[in-house]
Design a binder for this molecule. Structure first.
Ligand code: AMP
Ligand code: MG
Length: 326
């Protein structure tokens, strides 16, 4: 039996249990998403949702993977960053499962997990464009860490899309709903905020709402938000590629499900003569498989688990992780 890792994702809206073998074969990717009845994500409500969903996700994942708990060699879970109550719920579920079956337990960084699952697509040393709900970063490996070359100065791009969609009554998650209506025809002038390799999205979403209030169609406003926000993201990625001289780009995070973003990134990569890797959509959004895979990578490099590795950290940044497995 090959080495199988179970991973628990529970940082914000998604509870996930994934299983992957040491060869990178995905055996199961079970997810349940908390959708607020109104307003944004309420951390306690989301945590309650995860408490209710996780036992069933475990059962489904084991069944789909055709495994018994004793076949599992490592349990890993997301230590952070994320919402405190959600992280604690995921950590508790992971701990309970691991301890009751005598399996090693390892807490890992959620953002680094998004990166590593992208590398599994075949990249070796890429620049990452990581666009998700709460996180927006351009990252590359240098001298033992995944360094953040640029990031949002205010809200994450996905949270911006969700907030705009909520304000116009489209519900959660907003990104895919806006994508469906983003047809134009008008390309409206919205704030294009790139500062060095950093970006800002808050003013862009406020300006977009004003355009809608001024009578422009939702189709044109959604189209303009996408064109502007994604062009900003591709511009900073290209700058990071030029700066580091790297020849690969990897997309990740829930917003990387967007077809227009994928197309823009591919075009940029083609024009630069580099390769672009885009994981399948189920691996772009928050998922358990990516956490399992990162846990496996870390353990493969003879990582010794310390007490600190099993304490959740809401502000666990990408560049705090010492990368021992590359
Ligand atoms: P994550 O936190 O990585 O699971 O990503 C969730 C975020 O991805 C939410 O803010 C969603 O609105 C966003 N998202 C998911 N699908 C799409 C899409 N097709 N286009 C734009 N944003 C999306
Ligand atoms: Mg995420």
């Amino acid at each position: 039996m090959s080495h199988v890792v179970i991973r628990i994702e529970s940082t914000a809206h998604t509870a996930g249990v994934g299983m992957i073998t040491s060869e990178g074969e995905i055996l199961s990717n079970q997810r349940a998403v908390y959708i607020p009845e109104e307003g944004g994500i309420h951390p306690r409500e989301a945590a309650n949702h995860h408490t209710e969903s996780l036992p069933e996700l475990f059962r489904k994942a084991l069944k789909e993977a055709k495994l018994e708990p004793n076949d599992i060699s490592l349990v890993s879970y997301a230590r952070g960053p994320g919402l405190g109550p959600c992280l604690r719920t995921g950590a508790t579920a992971a701990r309970a499962f691991a301890y009751s079956h005598g399996i090693p337990l390892l807490g890992v960084n959620h953002c680094v997990a998004h990166l590593e699952i992208g590398i599994l697509e075949g990249a070796t040393d890429p620049v990452f464009l990581y666009l998700s709900g709460g996180n927006t970063q351009v990252i590359a490996y240098a001298a033992g860490r995944f360094r953040v070359f640029g990031e949002t100065l205010d809200i994450g791009i996905g949270n911006g899309l969700d907030k705009f969609a909520r304000e116009v009554g489209m519900g959660f998650p907003g990104g895919p709903k806006l994508e469906k209506v983003a047809r134009g025809p008008e390309l409206l002038d919205l704030p294009y905020s790139v500062k060095g390799m950093d970006m800002a999205f808050s003013g862009l979403m406020t300006a977009a709402k004003s355009k809608l209030d001024a009578g422009h169609s939702l189709e044109s406003v959604a189209f303009s938000i996408q064109e502007t926000a994604f062009a900003m993201s591709c511009e900073v990625s290209e700058r990071a590629l030029a700066h580091t001289g790297k020849k690969e780009l990897v997309l990740g995070g829930g917003v990387a499900c967007n077809s227009r973003l994928r197309e823009m990134a591919m075009t940029m990569a083609e024009e630069r003569g580099i390769r672009c890797f885009v994981p399948e959509r189920a691996l772009c959004v928050d998922n358990g498989v990516m956490i399992a895979w990162l846990g496996h990578q870390m353990m493969g490099a003879d990582y010794s688990i310390s007490e600190e590795d099993n304490v959740v950290d809401q502000k666990y940044r990408t560049d705090m992780v010492e990368v021992t497995w590359r």
